[in-house]
Design a protein around this ligand. Structure first.
Ligand code: 13P
Length: 238
């Protein structure tokens, strides 16, 4: 199975138009490709109703289950907004940069587990860590912290911060090295094979090259998922 995820982030999308453009340019849904759309909280309900052939994911969740947490949304409330909600992103670098440390990422995943929502765990280093040759220890720290309490993400996305939103995806060598670090970690922990994805400036131009990597199961797409036509073209090349 391959996974193609649209992370719309905080962009405003005309859902009806996006859907029509996607369907005009994506000829046939295939059983071998799972397409997942992650809209903002308030669009979850509409997306769940309209995107019958897609799976639905949330972009974030509270690390609490209920109570006085102004502005936060619990896992249970996510399910209230979308009965078809299957996934939720945790550990995205944009959330980590606003304070989500490894502990919070874990707590959020516990909330998801309690509500049977599958976590999509994002990990990835910044440019400074990469250039100092500290990528391996950094990724292992993120992974160790996540797995030490027995949590189990449904998907893991390697999203190097230095490639996100730049228009320049990581080169094959860098993606291969990072996937190897993650695979070796999972093997050493005797964890069941978790599908590994890549995210960071994926586009119609580079999708084929990226997906040619043998142990890559899919991609997490930001900017190039905002346009239904462009995302359909990526899906066609998948
Ligand atoms: P871009 O595709 O815009 O680089 O975003 C990637 C990302 O952060 C997906 O979660």
């Amino acid at each position: 199975m391959k996974y193609l995820i649209a992370n719309w982030k905080m962009n405003s999308i005309d859902i009806e138009k996006w859907k029509n453009e996607f369907e005009d340019h994506y000829k046939k849904f295939k059983d071998s490709i799972e397409i997942i759309v992650c809209p903002n909280f308030i669009d979850l309900s509409e997306c769940s109703e309209k995107f019958i052939n897609f799976n639905i994911g949330a972009q974030d969740v509270s690390c609490h289950s209920e109570g006085s947490f102004t502005g936060q949304i619990s896992a249970k409330q996510l399910l209230g907004a979308s009965k078809r909600l299957k996934y939720c992103i945790v550990g995205h670098s944009e959330a980590r940069s606003k304070g989500d440390n490894n502990l919070i990422v874990r707590e959020k995943s516990e909330q998801l587990r309690n509500n049977k929502i599958e976590p999509i765990l994002c990990i990835g280093e910044d440019k400074d860590i990469l250039s100092k040759g500290k990528r391996e220890s950094f990724l292992l720290e993120q992974l160790n912290s996540y797995f030490e309490t027995g949590l189990y993400p449904r998907l893991i996305a390697y999203e190097p911060i230095w490639a996100i939103g730049t228009g320049r995806a990581a080169d094959q060598k860098n993606i291969i090295e990072a996937l190897e670090i993650i695979s070796n970690f999972l093997e050493s922990k005797k964890l069941k094979k978790i599908p590994l994805l890549y995210g960071g400036s994926v586009s119609t131009e580079n999708i084929e090259e990226i997906m040619s990597l043998s142990n890559l199961a899919g991609c997490l797409v930001g900017n190039s998922s905002l346009d239904g036509k462009e995302f359909a073209r990526i899906a066609e090349k998948f």
